[in-house]
Design a protein around this ligand. Structure first.
Ligand SMILES: [Zn+2]
Length: 269
């Protein structure tokens, strides 16, 4: 077998984001095996997912961005801060333009332009938007290998894909079950559940490709992905896992998710 480091970074980004998509699909496939999921368990898993994303934003994206700016002798703090800000604005912009509805909210609280779209489509769009940064993050981490392909940097990208993969499992559940609850068939609930993450390979390959053709943007791109992910965590995931009152357990789960990602990154990455 060829060592992984001999593959093209864009190809590796595709494989990694197909993996994160697959884990979402696995989570969504639980609709075939059980009628309901325990709300508290779901809130705890989503809190855990939030913790993973927060830690990944720092260790896998911002810290490498700062290290890179150091070696490129830019103002060390500038690309990380600017990229982070633009990434968050980008997501906030999409949030404004695309009509969507967060899970568990009544239809009248849909965000973005008013439409007559069905509730299910709006729910699906919310999760799809929120998966764009995750795909970008993984894609950009692999795209970064174009600049420095070493076993260490490859491992760091794999760790990020692993972390994003782990937290996609509850996210898959969080899309398919509410749809099932809205009266969709098992097949349809599963289909839309996995569909919400198909943007991950798309955003991932796009991000990786951009990096490989234009490496100087790398520190900006890494922090852009971090800012976009943090926006999703703060705007969507944390409020969602606290909506039903499981605030403390979701918060502790977030702390645990943070620690797990930190250990993965420090021990393996
Ligand atoms: Zn939103």
């Amino acid at each position: 077998m060829m060592p992984l480091t001999s593959y093209h970074p864009v190809f590796l980004a595709l494989v990694a984001t197909l993996f994160t998509w697959l884990v979402t699909a696995l989570g969504a496939s639980l609709v075939y095996f059980t009628k309901t999921v325990n709300r508290k368990l779901l809130d705890i898993s989503l809190g855990f997912a939030a913790g993973i994303m927060i830690a990944a934003s720092f260790w896998s994206l911002l810290a490498p961005a700062i290290e890179l700016s150091n070696s490129m002798d830019n103002l060390t703090w500038f690309p990380a801060s600017f990229g982070f800000l633009i990434g968050a604005f980008f997501l906030a912009g999409i949030d404004k333009i695309v009509p969507h509805l967060h899970m568990g909210q009544p239809l009248k609280e849909a965000e973005g332009p008013k439409t007559t779209w069905h509730k299910n489509r709006l729910l699906l769009l919310a999760v799809t938007i929120h998966n764009i940064p995750e795909g970008l993050a993984v894609g950009i981490a692999f795209g970064a290998l174009a600049l420095n392909m070493s076993a260490d940097s490859l491992m760091a990208a794999i760790v990020l894909a692993l972390g994003i993969g782990i937290q996609n499992f509850p996210e898959g559940i969080a899309v398919s079950f509410p749809l099932r609850g809205e009266g969709l068939s098992k097949n349809k609930s599963f289909f839309y559940g996995q569909l919400s993450a198909i943007v991950e390979p798309i955003a991932g390959v796009l991000g990786a490709f951009l990096i490989t053709i234009f490496t100087p943007i790398l520190p900006y791109a890494l922090s852009f992905a971090a800012g976009a992910m943090m926006f999703v965590v703060i705007e969507d995931i944390i409020p969602e896992c606290q909506r039903e009152g499981n605030i403390d357990s979701a918060a502790i789960a977030a702390i645990l998710g943070f620690i797990v990602m930190m250990i993965l990154d420090v021990a393996l990455g």
